[in-house]
Ligand binder design. Structure first.
Ligand SMILES: Nc1nc2c(ncn2[C@@H]2O[C@H](COP(=O)(O)OP(=O)(O)OP(=O)(O)O)[C@@H](O)[C@H]2O)c(=O)[nH]1
Length: 511
């Protein structure tokens, strides 16, 4: 009996001990959970005053270890408040999305956004804004937006304040781009070159204004020269046509008078033959007949000689007139050929970039649309690449604008040299180039494009005795079924954006 009692007591003790362990573990867990809930409730602080009060009560109750029955109504109230907070937040997030989008679009309309900032803004509005999941995600976007606003505001402030209006780097940049795009006759090219030199030496508004006026004057005089040359061509065309008209008129008058002479001569011959007929009938002796025939034949042969003379004169007049007409047509043709050549040269020049002599943006647009048209017809592979020189501004800033120009020239040559003859490269503007690679699938483009990137990186640039490494970033895509030229270009531009954001000196691909 005692033995049984001892066994039972031992088991009971063991059970009590095991229970205590479980209770302790549970208490520990509850403590951890309570702490966590208290911390979580603190993170909601500040959203709503009513909820703050309830959460404070909740934390207090947790701290005191109040029974769950006392918690339950408090938790219910908090859950209701949280739900209303959630729907409030969704509305706020939507409003915030709309206002950021609206602000960004307004900002896009502003003039004077630096190139890099404009690209960042477009990416922000087209992509980043759509990926926002929470209000928190807006913070980096808003920071970027404010940054861009700041840049634009600075440009505007500089513009509006006459005191500060001295420095206008953006205006200088635009003016320089305009001067670079101008394709004029040789004499004007020299003038533009000297204006460009002036622009690179200053960003003072007054100096830039006078450069702008000089550019306008050069353009105006070029247009007037062009007009004069077109006018002189038209005048000479008109003169030649008039001369031709006279010549044809006089030839036809001459022909008319000759044909009148002809018909009277023919009539005379006819009458003489008729007379000869009647007279021979009437002749009574051989001697009379002989004398008659002799007379008439003599007169007829004179008429025939006259007829022959007339014919010869007519032929000669015709030949002279044809010669004259041919000469005039010949001279008109050679004038026309010269004029056409001139127009073609001008068109060719207007499709070349003045600095690098690569095809310019207009030429690229033409070719781009042509390739797109071909793609629509046969859907062959076309890879499109946008290339941008990295940190190019710092080359200008550190070593001067003409060093920047030379750099662009060297890069353009290297790019041209490194591509296939069937590829098409153009200077899109500033330090940006575009490359079209017809017949090359995007999956096979990595190798040649990486080679291109490395080729530029390997150029041994040297400025002011300093070895400088210059790199490029590349964004590539390919034409897709149902694409538009703009959509394809945007994809390549997005890829370039990724390459820039990924640290530059990179090729990024957006299929
Ligand atoms: N020398 C020279 N500079 C040019 C020409 N066209 C544009 N630029 C300059 O190119 C620079 C481009 O600067 P950003 O758009 O800020 O770009 P970045 O410095 O290359 O920097 P990332 O593109 O972001 O790597 C500007 O300073 C322009 O003035 C040109 O024909 N000649």
């Amino acid at each position: 009996m005692q033995q049984q009692h001892d066994v039972l007591t031992k088991k009971l003790k063991q059970a009590i001990e095991a229970r205590a362990v479980v209770e302790n573990a549970r208490k520990l867990q509850v403590d951890v959970l309570s702490n966590f809930a208290a911390k979580l409730s603190l993170s909601c602080k500040g959203l709503d005053i009513e909820m703050d009060n309830r959460l404070a009560k909740f934390r207090n109750a947790l701290h005191k270890g109040v029974d769950f029955e006392h918690f339950a109504p408090l938790i219910d109230e908090i859950v209701i408040l949280l739900k209303s907070q959630e729907s409030k937040q969704i509305t706020q997030q939507r409003d915030l999305h709309n206002s950021v989008l609206e602000a960004g679009k307004q900002l896009q309309k502003s003039k004077g956004i630096p190139d890099g900032a404009r690209r960042t803004l477009r990416h922000l509005l087209d992509h980043e804004l759509n990926n926002v999941q929470s209000t928190h995600d807006f913070i980096p976007l808003l920071t970027k937006l404010v940054n861009i606003y700041h840049q634009v505001l600075q440009v505007k402030l500089t513009l509006s304040s006459s005191k500060q209006a001295d420095a206008q780097p953006e205006l200088a940049k635009q003016l320089l781009a305009l001067a670079n795009d101008l394709v004029l006759e040789d004499e004007a090219t020299e003038q533009i070159k000297s204006i460009k030199n002036n622009i690179t030496c200053t960003d003072n508004v007054d100096d830039l204004l006078s450069s702008a006026i000089e550019i306008i004057t050069v353009i105006a005089s070029n247009i007037s020269k062009e007009r004069q040359s077109a006018q002189s061509f038209l005048v000479s065309l008109n003169q030649t046509l008039e001369e031709l008209h006279h010549s044809i008129l006089s030839t036809s008058k001459h022909s008319e008078s000759i044909s009148l002479e002809y018909s009277s001569l023919n009539k005379r011959i006819e009458t003489k033959i008729k007379n000869l007929n009647t007279q021979t009938q009437a002749a009574s002796s051989i001697a009379e007949l002989k004398a008659l025939v002799d007379d008439e034949l003599k007169s007829l042969s004179e008429d025939l000689i006259e007829k022959e003379r007339l014919e010869r004169a007519d032929r000669e007049a015709l030949i002279t007139s044809f010669d004259e007409i041919n000469k005039r047509i010949g001279s008109l043709e050679s004038k026309l050929t010269k004029y056409k050549k001139r127009l073609n040269e001008q068109r060719f020049k207007s499709l070349l970039d003045g600095l690098t002599k690569l095809p310019n943006r207009a030429a690229f647009d033409e070719r781009f649309h042509h390739e797109f048209h071909l793609f629509d017809l046969q859907e062959s592979d076309v890879t499109l690449v946008v290339i941008d020189v990295d940190h190019f501004k710092s080359i200008n800033d550190k070593y001067g604008h003409s060093a920047g120009d030379k750099t662009l020239l060297v890069i353009a040559k290297a790019l041209q040299k490194s591509i296939r003859s069937s590829d098409f490269i153009a200077r899109y503007g500033g330090e940006e180039f575009v490359l079209l690679m017809p017949g090359l699938a995007l999956q096979n483009a990595t190798l040649p494009l990486e080679k291109l990137r490395k080729a530029i990186k390997a150029i041994p640039f040297k400025f002011k005795d300093t070895q400088v490494q210059i790199t490029i970033s590349l964004g590539a895509t390919q034409f897709k079924k149902g694409d538009t030229p703009l959509a394809a270009f945007d994809r390549a531009d997005d890829a370039l954006y990724n390459a820039k954001n990924g640290g530059r000196d990179k090729l990024c691909i957006t299929p």
